[in-house]
Design a protein around this ligand. Structure first.
Ligand code: 8YV
Length: 320
């Protein structure tokens, strides 16, 4: 019997085909619905590899149900959806997809920053609704990006790629990170700040830190109150890093000027989320890594990691 691979989303046929030659590949085919938990629990029971995406919660129960499980390949650089301790306990390798998505995610971060600063989606929707009836001196005015100060929280690979883009816009780059990046400071003039100092100084606060116990709720009402009244918050990391209720209040009461959000505490974001009712919020459906080339490269990494583990080679990108 061929070892079984279970894939929780429809992946590209060209990447799945080489796996099908050697393994028994089963895939959740729906494009619109995520795999139901009972199906996943049943499918994982005899699978040796599980290929997941960030919206699949791979918790202790699922890992325990995977009696033959050797690898979980996650189509993301973040892996907060997986119980890493449980995987370790059951000798299941977990792999992710770093590097290939760095530049693509930095592009989207910058696009969201520009869009939020200049109210692009609001201005476009006004035009489409027929509300652009005359030119007004202060109509659709936003915040300048060029020459402003950006504060990046989480200076990993994507953070550095965003910082390089910011330098191209003649911005001052401040960052906060667990470790100092002395080389990047010397090479590019990025400046380290403690969290509170960064929040007070930055015109644009960009969240790019992984979602962990330490960063959950990192930006709450105290932190939002430290920010400038004219500041813009950009979150492209994980929704849970920001206290959404506190953010709603800060935006409503103009404690900060605007927010650009690619991620939410609950995804897909329910339409009842009060943040969606605010005009000073620009929202996207978690598309940081969504270029065709990058998504295919992420799939390639996952497929290769599965092949490696099932053929008893050490995979690339094993986490922790
Ligand atoms: C998503 C991301 O993974 O890599 C990450 O951690 O958040 C994104 O790239 C993407 O939506 C695919 O799951």
């Amino acid at each position: 019997m061929k070892p079984k691979i279970y894939i929780t989303r429809k992946m590209d046929e060209r990447i799945v085909a080489p796996l099908q030659e050697k393994f028994d590949v089963r895939m959740w085919e729906s494009e619109s619905e995520p795999v139901p938990r009972d199906v996943l629990l049943k499918e994982v029971a005899d699978a040796e590899a599980l290929w997941t995406v960030i919206s699949d919660q791979v918790d202790h129960e699922i890992i325990e149900a995977g009696k033959k499980l050797k690898i979980i390949a996650n189509m993301a650089v973040g892996y907060n959806n997986i119980d890493i301790a449980a995987a370790k306990e059951h000798d299941v390798v977990v792999t992710n997809t770093p590097d290939v998505l760095t530049e693509t995610t930095a592009d989207l971060t910058f696009a969201l920053l520009l869009s939020t600063a200049r109210q692009l989606t609001f201005a476009e929707s006004e035009l489409r609704k027929g509300n652009w009836t005359s030119w007004s001196p202060m109509g659709y005015t936003g915040m300048d990006v060029g020459g402003a100060t950006i504060g990046i929280i989480g200076m990993g690979r994507i953070g550095e790629a965003v910082a390089r883009r910011a330098k191209g816009f003649n911005m001052d780059v401040l960052y906060h990170n667990r470790n100092r990046k002395h080389e990047a400071e010397a090479a590019h003039g990025f400046e380290y700040r403690e969290l509170d100092a960064l929040l007070k100084e930055a015109d644009f606060v960009v969240l790019l830190t992984p979602y962990t116990k330490e960063t959950a709720g990192l930006i709450g009402s105290r932190e939002l109150a430290l920010m400038k009244k004219t500041a813009v918050l950009i979150n492209v990391s994980r929704g849970g890093i920001v206290d959404e209720a506190a953010l709603y209040t800060a935006l409503k009461e103009n404690t900060i000027w605007a927010a650009g959000l690619d991620v939410f505490e609950t995804e897909p974001v329910p339409l009842e989320n009060p943040l969606l009712s605010l005009p000073n919020v620009t929202v996207l459906p978690h598309i940081g890594s969504a270029s065709i080339k990058t998504r295919l490269a992420m799939m390639e990494l996952n497929a290769q990691a599965i092949m490696d583990v099932l053929e008893e080679r050490a995979p690339k990108n094993q986490v922790e």
